[in-house]
Design a protein around this ligand. Structure first.
Ligand SMILES: [Cu+2]
Length: 457
């Protein structure tokens, strides 16, 4: 509290003239670093303070700090941002320091932090430190533990990180609007001993959901269930960077969920273990192997695995969450003859799309006219054809010989000779099958009386 008073007293001294300058300088706000690029920025090793192994925020970045008298000072600015969700679509969101999600804050167990939060939004906000043990008055719940931060004002949060773990920050003020607009970020507390919980690659991202009408750019914040864009760090596939690792690396992926529904995150290839939650690290004896972990609303899961060479899909297993904006209200027309129907409806309702009569796979190959600023429902091109994915999907790309610290996309996996599924070109079997039937009773009949469906004319 005394630091906070000093801060405001010093800030107030700004008008007093030259003699006050040195005091103001000492108490000035740390620089608010801004980053608008959606490209993954692997952070450098910490320049000061306790050593730690930084995380790699997928399509994101970590916030630099200023060390002052042994306290790490960060400056978050809550503000409107423009975020590219994937090439071809940008969204008008709210975030921090130029991006949604905001930058990752990385600290070490035992660190004292002072986090300045400046509000450049049109309405009041707060910053809540999700899962962090701190004095109640630093918990950031507007109205309950502090007054809201009015537009144009800066508040200071100061506390000591008592245990290592993966946490999130988000407003606890008009949450329905502010979280739906993209206000969230990661807060990683590294262990005091960097050898503890050590991995070779440590990725982190937050699950998000938006409802953006095709052709518009601002989310509809009143939406409760019917979201149409499912994001990782406010990106959708193919805008989500791959998670790159070297064969044999121990890899951790930390995933936090700030959407309004659960997401079963599934990874192909090696099995993994859940090693951490918002509450801390899972004791070794309590871990079990998994290939899917369900992440409920407000939860965080850290998973770990030993990387095996290949291109391994990682995605939400709710199939509507691996699609982009056009996935709603499409009637199921499998088995329907709809030749020309799409064009005819399209003349009446521009941008209308009908589901294919054999499924939807054909959609990703169609060159359709879309409204401005939206994405095809399924997209992405792989080495063998269209990937037919969107939303919460990426690829864990594991290769031999990738250097530590190298996170660049290594391209598609070169499969060893003879290890790719391929067309069967041998002899075809000559089995006589019963003709397809349309109801169980007919099927029963055809079994009883083979050839009974043969009609003579
Ligand atoms: Cu999902």
């Amino acid at each position: 509290m005394s630091q906070r008073r000093d801060f405001f007293r010093a800030a107030g001294a700004l008008a007093l003239g030259a003699t006050a300058v040195s005091r103001v300088g000492a108490a000035s706000l740390p620089e608010a670093v801004v980053q608008t690029s959606p490209t993954t920025q692997p952070p450098p090793a910490p320049p000061n303070g306790r050593p730690f192994n930084p995380v790699v925020t997928l399509n994101g970045w970590s916030l630099p700090w200023r060390m002052k008298d042994g306290v790490k000072e960060f400056h978050l600015v809550a503000e409107p941002v423009v975020r590219e969700l994937a090439p071809g679509m940008t969204a008008r969101l709210w975030g921090y320091n130029g991006s949604s999600p905001g930058p990752t804050i990385e600290v070490v167990e035992g660190d004292r932090v002072r986090i300045f939060v400046t509000n450049k939004l049109p309405e009041h906000t707060t910053a809540h430190w999700h899962g962090v043990q701190l004095p109640s008055g630093m918990d950031g719940v507007g109205g309950l533990t502090q007054p809201h931060i009015p537009p144009g004002k800066t508040f200071v949060y100061e506390f000591t990180l008592q245990r290592p773990g993966t946490h999130m920050y988000h407003p606890h003020a008009d949450e329905m609007v502010q979280i739906a607009m993209g206000m969230m970020g990661l807060l990683i507390v590294h262990p005091k001993d960097p050898r503890q919980h050590r991995v070779d690659r440590d990725f982190a991202f937050l699950l998000g959901a938006y409802d953006i009408e095709p052709g518009s750019a601002t989310p509809r914040v009143s939406e409760m269930t019917n979201f149409n864009l499912w994001t990782w760090n406010s990106r959708v596939f193919p805008g989500i960077d791959p998670l790159v690792a070297r064969t044999g690396d121990r890899v951790r992926i930390r995933v936090g969920n700030l959407t309004m529904t659960n997401h079963p995150i599934h990874m192909h290839g090696p099995s993994f273990e859940v090693t951490g939650t918002d509450g801390g690290w899972v004791p070794k004896a309590a871990r079990w192997p998994e290939v899917t972990t369900d992440i409920a609303v407000g939860q965080m899961r850290a998973i770990e695995f030993d990387a095996i060479a290949g291109d391994w899909s990682i995605h939400c297993h709710k199939s509507h969450h691996t699609m982009n904006a056009m996935g709603h209200q499409v009637p199921n027309l499998i088995g329907t003859d709809m030749r020309g129907l799409g064009q005819r409806i399209g003349r009446l309702i521009p941008g209308y799309m009908v589901m294919g009569d054999t499924g939807m796979a054909g959609m990703s190959e169609m060159d359709m006219e879309l409204p401005e600023n939206t994405l095809p429902m399924m997209m992405g091109q792989g080495p063998f054809g269209p990937l037919e994915m969107g939303g919460m999907f990426s690829v864990v790309k594991v290769r031999d010989g990738i250097k530590p610290g190298d996170y660049r996309d290594p391209g598609w996996y070169r499969h060893p000779e003879g290890t790719v599924a391929h067309e069967y070109t041998g002899e075809q079997p000559t089995v006589n099958r019963a003709a397809p039937t349309s109801s169980p009773s007919e099927a029963t009949m055809s079994v009883r009386k083979p050839g009974g469906h043969h009609h003579e004319h």
